[in-house]
Structures are given as C-alpha cells and as structure tokens.
Design a protein around this ligand. Structure first.
Ligand SMILES: [Zn+2]
Length: 110
C-alpha cells in the first residue's frame, strides 16, 4: 500500500491554516476591581492552555511537513527503518516504527 503524501500534505496544511485562524488574542489588561482581575486571570489561563495545545499540534504538523519536504517521511527516527503504512495512516505524525515506539513506552512505564 502506497501512501498518498500529496494528499497528506494538503490535509496537514489545511489543518495548520485552521489552527492559525483560531489563535486566541491575549485578553485585555484589566484595570478594575478584584473580580475583574480574577476573571482576567482565568481567561488568561484558559487562553494559555488552548494556545499550548494548539502550539503542540502545530509543531507536530510542521514536523511532518518538514519530513515530507525532506523526503524522510515514514522513516523511523530511531532505527531508520520504514514505518508501516498502516501505522502512518492511523497516526500520520508518527516518527517511530511500532517496535521503537513500544520499546519507548515500556521504558517510560519503567
Ligand atoms: Zn524503529
């Protein structure tokens, strides 16, 4: 089974554009009483959470796009073997083959 890299690239670029369009502006600085300060603080915390989530996704997308551009997409970062196409279809941002991934997860669990 061959991967349709061109379709994947397009899909990722679309998602990237959507993420960027949803980027949240910083809340206005508060100049009121304590309730305003609390509300602003909460909004800021929320914005930061969304932002870091978006940033993480953007970083993933950028990484995959860079790998595609370099012709290295679908190669395991750890052992250099090709990653199974089924795995890439299920998880396009995968950069490790299934063996390396499971070894890593075992290591993480201790
Ligand atoms: Zn590997």
């Amino acid at each position: 089974m061959a991967l349709d890299l061109e379709a994947l690239r397009k899909q990722l670029e679309d998602e990237r554009a959507q993420l960027l369009a949803r980027a949240i502006p910083e809340p206005e600085p508060a100049k009121g009483d304590e309730a305003d300060m609390a509300a602003m603080h909460q909004a800021r915390e929320q914005a930061r959470w969304l932002e870091s989530d978006q940033k993480q996704r953007l970083a993933e997308i950028d990484k995959v796009l860079a790998l595609i551009a370099a012709g290295k997409y679908g190669i395991c970062e750890n052992c250099g073997k090709p990653i199974a196409p089924e795995r890439l279809q299920a998880k396009p941002q995968a950069t490790l083959c299934i063996e390396c991934q499971s070894k890593l997860e075992k290591k993480r669990k201790g």
